[in-house]
Design a protein around this ligand. Sequence first.
Ligand code: FAD
Length: 400
Amino acid sequence: MDKVIVVGGGLAGLRAVETLRGNGHEGALTLVSAERHPPYDRPPLSKAVLAGETDDTTVDADWDELRCELLLGERATGLRLEPVGGVVTSTAGDLPFDGLVIATGATPITLPGDGRQHVLRTIDDSRDLRSRLVPGARIVIVGAGWIGAEVATAAAKRGCSVTVVEAADTPLAAAIGAEVGAYTAPWYAEAGVELRTGVKVAEVRDGGLVLAGGARIDADEVVVGVGVRPELSWLEGSGLLLERGVVTDGSFRAYAGTEEPGSVRRDVVAVGDCASWWSARYGRRLLVEHWDVALNAPEVAAASLLGQDAVYDAVPYFWSEQFGRMVQYAGSHAAAERIVHRGDPSGRKWAVAWLSGDRLDAILTVDRPRDLVQARRLIAAGTPVDPAAIADPDVPVRQA
Ligand code: FAD
């Protein structure tokens, strides 16, 4: 390939550049990114950066050695596909390519209303919010998901008066189910954070929130952590198949028009938070908005763009650090038949496993990193497990 364009300068974009070079791409390479910062890690934005422990999460990269032109602070505005290759239109002008990597990530969802609302996606968001987390500030966080819990942790630690409002009946209900999510509810009170569940927000106004029904919650700052949407606006009308993500096959090759083998583009791949990829392991499409995918999947995307055989078959994995605990999850519990407890969820260290028959579908661990590693291996291999061993926190998670 003579010219590859990578659109999006997050972790997936950077890893695409590195792995294209690593896989033998010798032609020109350009990375276009709307942010003016070179690629940086996002997980610390809601942890160490908010806590004031670090201010710079730039990922080490030698752009000269990578022979990559960097167009920072420039935005792709459209895509014109030709039978082979095409042109990315951008604020830096037209960028012709014969290979394209789409890695534009995701954009936070905001709430109705004209009051100031903070989201947390960029280093600038995090630095701005941190400057407002001063002792006594009334911080109201909408959403008791991963981001909401982490922001609450940091804000409480900085001496703010913190309230978290959540529409569901428990934290993390959408991510890990209400039963397991409920085990995390006491962590809020323990940290001095007020958790109000079953609360629907109507809008954000200056000075706080208006709830459905008209009641108000006063706040100095409102932080909204209610999820993200894949950033696809620049791809509208391009002919690529977009359905809550750029639809791709298991090698991250995008479809033009319909999801049929004949419609797959060999010169366009999408990867990271913006891609909805076919998982042969789960027999359905997955859109996994987690760091591990942005780190590892670009290797497969780069190889397939260069015409090499590569399929992504990893078990989804993520972690969250909240209220002094390390929470880790691997697998997918969507189709699991039952839950097995490993230790007492009201205690300090515990885990829950989701099983179907004698197979482990997923595991969530709280301050039990060894369990996570062992279980992740068994989930990946699909080997039968010993449910009695899983239920006993004193013996290793092991195969039957
Ligand atoms: P992004 O990182 O979103 O990068 C996309 C880039 O593309 C951005 O720089 C964007 O500005 C740019 N872009 C968008 N549109 C255009 C355009 N039209 N033209 C040019 N450039 C464009 N995951 C975990 O597993 N564990 C965690 O603890 C964790 N914590 C997180 C905490 C925070 C605050 C956030 C925001 C995310 C966290 N994640 C975590 C998720 C993880 O960071 C993401 O999955 C990962 O960053 C996705 O990388 P990406 O490169 O696909 O997208």
